[in-house]
Design a binder for this molecule. Structure first.
Ligand SMILES: O=C(O)CCC(=O)C(=O)O
Ligand SMILES: [Fe+2]
Length: 372
């Protein structure tokens, strides 16, 4: 089975460049500082990016006026972006503005987080208790690192599907050319592009982060700071299946919204780091999951998976790829991921086994020598 990296179109070809030492962010997040909101400002990059980066400002800059901080951070971001990337960011901004100023939402209530109306009570209770015990009380972990639980109210799922239908009708009527959810799914919409970014960010911060902090701390679950939120659709005249891949995320939330369908099972095949992404699957890593409307699946982005053919009916899933800038940066400086990669773990065990064997042999030899 060959492996694909599912990516979001606009993130392809990102490169980094070295910054002059005079203009640097500090290497560790200042957790005591509460960042300001930049949502009301006209910016070249996501306002959320400015809020996340604020915690990395040199201490003497933290209390400067917002426009000074924006200036400093934009300068850094522009240096990081090769011209192509910068143009892409600008184009994407214009693209979103075009949608936002023309598309009339069908269910405005979806665009603001309303926990009591969105989530089922058991989920809300577990989140408010905020402990591993409370999370486990509403979850199953059918295979290591895959958590399933009831999350959304049926009304929310119906409204979101109706909203997506209305977005698609608008796209069709306007003959608007939309960006696909990612490089693999051709049917569906990027919810962030249609004005749901703020709501989905609240969903990530308030309702995914508490879980990822407990279940996925070693892959950036402690520091999720951005997301890519989209809906994918399968069935007749849509995508049929989804090939074997890893997500462009640290943690993925995948919720089946509906409707009626046969097939479409998710298949999981073990967690891997970039180096081992194409290695063989071990029998204990094989796990298949049948989607149930309203049920969420939470897994690491690097847990290799795909979706089997939806053989009849229509399947609609909400997918949120959650990312951590800090984790991605740290990953560049490491090469042993044995705390989560199945093959790094196997390699480490093998190294330990060889080392124990070598030590035993050495001891035997020494004993042999001293015995003679
Ligand atoms: O169709 C599904 O449920 C899987 C979707 C998925 O894996 C993805 O979009 O990354
Ligand atoms: Fe995926």
């Amino acid at each position: 089975m060959s492996m694909d990296y599912a990516t979001e179109k606009v993130r392809e070809n990102g490169n980094g460049v070295e910054l002059p030492s005079t203009q640097r962010l500090i290497p560790f997040e200042n957790k005591e500082h509460s960042p300001e909101s930049y949502e009301d400002m006209q910016l070249d990059y996501s306002p959320l990016l400015f809020s996340s980066l604020e915690r990395y400002l040199p201490p003497n800059m933290l209390n400067l006026p917002r426009d000074r901080k924006v200036h400093f951070l934009s300068d850094i971001l522009t240096r990081y972006s090769p011209q192509g990337e910068h143009t892409r960011v600008q184009k994407h901004r214009t693209y979103r503005q075009k949608i936002l100023s023309n598309y009339e939402p069908r269910h405005k209530e979806l665009y603001t987080m309303n926990a009591a109306n969105f989530f089922v009570p058991s989920f809300l209770k577990a989140i408010s208790e905020n402990s591993e015990e409370s999370f486990r009380s509403i979850m199953a972990e059918p295979t290591a690192g895959v958590y399933t639980f009831e999350m959304f109210q049926p009304k929310f799922c119906e409204m979101l599907m109706a909203e997506v239908e209305s977005m698609e009708r608008w796209v069709h009527d306007q003959r608007f050319h939309i960006i696909c959810p990612n490089t693999m799914n051709k049917y569906g919409v990027v919810l962030d592009d249609f004005g749901l970014e703020t709501m989905l960010n609240k969903l990530m911060e308030g309702y995914i982060c508490p879980l990822s902090r407990v279940f996925f701390p070693e892959v950036g679950g402690l520091t999720l700071d951005s997301h890519h939120g989209f809906v994918v659709e399968y069935g007749v005249n849509r995508d049929i299946e989804l090939g074997f891949h890893v997500d462009d995320s640290e943690v993925t939330l995948n919720v089946c919204l509906g409707e009626q369908f046969y097939g479409g099972d998710l298949f999981f095949r073990g967690v891997r780091c970039d180096k081992h992404v194409n290695t063989e699957t071990q029998s204990e890593e094989v796990f298949d999951y049948a989607h149930i409307p309203g049920q969420a699946v939470l897994h690491r982005g690097c847990h290799r998976h795909g979706a089997r053919a939806t053989v009849s009916g229509h399947r609609v899933n909400l997918v949120i790829w959650c990312r951590s800038t800090v984790f991605r940066e740290l990953k560049k400086h490491q090469n042993d991921f044995s705390s989560w990669c199945g093959d790094c773990q196997r390699e480490k065990k093998e190294r330990q086994r060889l080392s124990v064997a070598a030590t035993k042999l050495e001891l035997l030899k020494r004993n042999g020598i001293s015995a003679s």
